[in-house]
Each structure stands twice: as structure tokens, then as C-alpha cells.
Design a binder for this molecule. Structure first.
Ligand code: PLP
Length: 387
């Protein structure tokens, strides 16, 4: 049966199956005839890094071969990007996946298995403390995975410790951020002994050229100690599809507390889940220093400029949330109808933004990605008629 007959046409409204999937930004561009730029996803404003894109394209000519079963040499390249020349010591704790989404699901399933083995009848799960009360990765991927796998969901304000806790740091969409010490305290205060933790640092590399030093990436002794003394397994998750703007390619990784944890995940992972072009992309992109230098020197400036332009629209009650280094602004328009109108106007002008309503239930909020000045101008012009 043809998918695109008039009665059966895919639109921005029915592209998600609400019964089985959770809403996420980044789909509308397909349905907008006058599309200019996607402000609805928090990818890098620079677009896909050229050299890595070329490498992925070249790798297409090799698709008659299976990709490397051990994800090499891409995995070693990524390990070296994370840990520098001492990477070999930690390499066994790193696993790549088909986007972070695959790995989130693997870690949650593994955590559930561990609860079953310990005879915990109704394991509990808790998300981060910030005001999107849902474990708050875009599309609620974490809570969705925990719910599907049978965890009881605790309210983030509930002081009870949980068998599994997940935090997206910096939080997408609110833009809140814990530096390392408060993060460790939150973990200690919220996870049970022998529990499982995921810290999602997908948006953290925007922090600065020094991002590794404010990250759990570098906290080897802490991770080891948590496991050896408390039995707590701390996993550090990365979606690489944001900072390197390759959401269509699907690249993620997880750093496990030990190599044995990694092996246990590999056991339940679908073989070859990271395809050949994606592996080649990673191998190349980790050496693109210029791209990251540009990211760090320009994103903060462009974000400040975006806020300045939004302020120039004259809505004095609007509030702008999120750390200055981030690739988006979480904008509270303080009025649901106005936010809805803003979303429609942006779509009509070919510059879709992410509504705070589906998934986050923040009805007066919109999330606006950091983009180049000329593209922002299109959005600002579209919003001039907002009142
Ligand atoms: C913070 C965060 N983590 C993970 C994901 C999932 O990413 P991926 O595209 O790698 O599956 C997203 C996607 O929106 C995200 O924003």
C-alpha cells in the first residue's frame, strides 16, 4: 500500500505514533515548503563538520561489508578524544551505540535485570530535580524507557532514594547545570546502595575547551569508589548527534563504571548497531579541533545576540532560561496562547521552534536553538506581529 495517498498522508502532526512513541523536535522541516532553518533541535549551529561528513560519504562505498564488530578504530579515537593519551586505561569501559537512545535503553534494561536478581519486586526510578519533572531528556527518553521496563516512577521532589536515577546535565530543555561537586551530592542523596545512575552529558561539551574538567568523564576515582564501596554503577551517557550535528547518522556512547559492566551491555546489544559511515564519521570528527574551537568561541556570543534580538521585540515579561554556553534558549513567554501563536508564526516562516507543550507540559515555553544571525532575523521578523 502506498504511504502517501491523500487519506494516508504523513504530516508534522501524525509523524509520531502517539500510542507507542514520544514526541521529539526535529520532524517539522520535512513538511515545510519554505523551510529556512530548524530552531527546534539543539544541534550545533555550525551544521555537520565537513571533513567528517565527507568521510561518512566515502564510507558509503563500503556498505557491501559489515561494519567493524568491535567498533574500531572509531571507539579508540573517541576514547582518545575523551581521555587524551592515557585513554587505553579506560577504553574497556566505553561502548558506542546507535545514538544515545539505544544505550539508554540498554542501561535501563540491565538495571532492571540487576533489580530482579536482587529480588526487588517494584524497582523505583527518579529523574532530575529541575522543573521539567520527567527525567527530562528531549522526548522523555529516560522516563519512557524506565516506564516501559516496569520501574515505578518517583516524583523528583520525593526524598526517597531510588534504585535507578537519571539526570541530563546540562538539562535539556531547562538549561540548568550542576558542576561536578553538586552533581556528586545529588547522586549520593538520591540513589540506593547497589543502584544504577545515568548522567547524560550530551550538552556538556559546549561548556568550554575545558569541558572535560567539569565533567564525570574525568572522575575515574569517584566512579570506581561508588562502585566498590556502595555498589552504585555510575554511567556517563553522550549523544554525539548534537555537538557534531549528525542526528540522522545516530552516534552515542556510554562510559560504564567497569569493563565488566560494558561487557554485560554488549551482551544485550544488537550486533553492528553503529553502521560503517557513522564509525568513519567518528574516526574523523574527533580530530576536527577547528570545528570545536569555533563552537566554543561563537555559541555563547550568538546565544547572547539571540536573547538581545528576542528582547528587542518588547515583551518585558518574557524570561530567558539556561546557561550562557548552551546551544538553545528556554524561553518562557508567560502566556500559553502567545506561545502557541509564536510556534505557528515560526513554522509559517520556515523556522520551526520547539513547543514546550508536548512532552514537557510547559505550555507557555518555547525552546529556540542558537543559530546564525541571518537565520535568527527570519524568526525575529516572524515574531514582530506577536502581541
Ligand atoms: C540530552 C539528550 N540525550 C540523549 C538524546 C538522544 O540522542 P540520540 O540522537 O543520540 O539518540 C537526546 C536527543 O534529543 C538529548 O537531547
Amino acid at each position: 500500500m502506498l504511504a502517501n495517498t491523500d487519506n494516508n498522508k504523513t504530516t508534522a502532526n501524525n509523524v509520531w505514533d502517539a500510542k507507542t512513541q514520544t514526541f521529539h523536535g526535529g520532524q517539522e522541516h520535512r513538511f515545510i515548503n519554505n523551510f529556512v532553518e530548524d530552531f527546534s533541535v539543539t544541534t550545533n549551529y555550525l551544521g555537520t563538520p565537513c571533513k567528517a561528513l565527507e568521510a561518512a560519504k566515502e564510507a558509503i562505498s563500503d556498505i557491501h561489508h559489515y561494519p567493524a564488530a568491535n567498533q574500531e578504530p572509531a571507539k579508540s579515537c573517541l576514547a582518545e578524544f575523551l581521555w587524551g593519551s592515557g585513554y587505553r586505561e579506560h577504553h574497556g569501559r566505553l561502548l558506542m551505540g546507535n545514538g544515545a537512545s539505544e544505550l539508554i535503553d540498554l542501561v535501563v534494561r540491565k538495571a532492571l535485570l540487576s533489580c530482579e536478581q536482587r529480588n526487588i519486586k517494584k524497582p523505583t526510578w527518579k529523574g532530575s530535580p529541575w522543573n521539567v519533572q520527567v527525567g527530562n531528556v528531549e522526548g522523555r527518553e529516560y522516563q519512557r524507557s524506565a516506564e516501559t521496563n516496569g520501574f515505578e516512577i518517583l516524583d523528583p521532589a520525593n526524598p526517597e532514594k531510588a534504585d535507578m536515577i537519571c539526570i541530563v546535565n546540562p538539562c535539556n530543555p531547562t538549561g540548568d547545570y550542576f558542576s561536578v561537586e553538586p552533581l556528586k551530592k545529588w547522586i549520593r542523596d538520591n540513589v540506593k546502595s547497589n543502584g544504577c545512575v545515568i548522567v547524560d552529558e550530551s550538552m556538556q561539551p559546549w561548556h568550554s575547551a575545558d569541558f572535560r574538567n567539569d565533567s564525570l568523564i574525568s572522575e575515574h576515582a569517584y566512579t570506581r569508589e561508588m562502585f566498590e564501596k556502595e555498589g552504585v554503577s555510575v554511567h556517563v551517557m553522550h549523544s554525539w548527534t548534537k555537538i557534531w550535528s549528525c542526528t540522522g547518522l545516530r552516534v552515542g556512547s556510554v562510559i560504564c563504571p567497569t569493563a565488566q559492566h560494558c561487557e554485560a551491555l554488549r551482551k544485550i546489544q544488537v550486533p553492528w548497531s553503529v553502521n560503517g559511515p557513522a564509525l568513519k564519521f567518528v574516526e574523523t570528527v574527533v580530530n576536527d579541533d577547528e570545528y570545536l574551537q569555533k563552537t566554543w568561541s561563537n555559541t555563547t556570543r550568538l546565544r547572547a545576540w539571540l536573547i538581545e534580538q528576542l528582547k528587542s521585540l518588547g515583551h518585558l515579561d518574557w524570561e530567558y532560561h539556561g546557561k550562557a554556553f548552551l546551544s538553545w534558549v528556554w524561553l518562557d513567554m508567560k502566556n500559553e496562547d502567545l506561545a502557541e501563536k509564536a510556534i505557528d508564526l515560526a513554522r509559517a516562516a520556515g523556522v520551526p521552534v520547539r513547543s514546550g507543550k508536548p512532552g514537557y507540559q510547559c505550555n507557555s515555553f518555547v525552546r529556540v536553538a542558537v543559530r546564525r544571525e541571518s537565520e535568527v532575523q527570519v524568526l525575529i521578523d516572524a515574531w514582530k506581529s506577536l502581541e
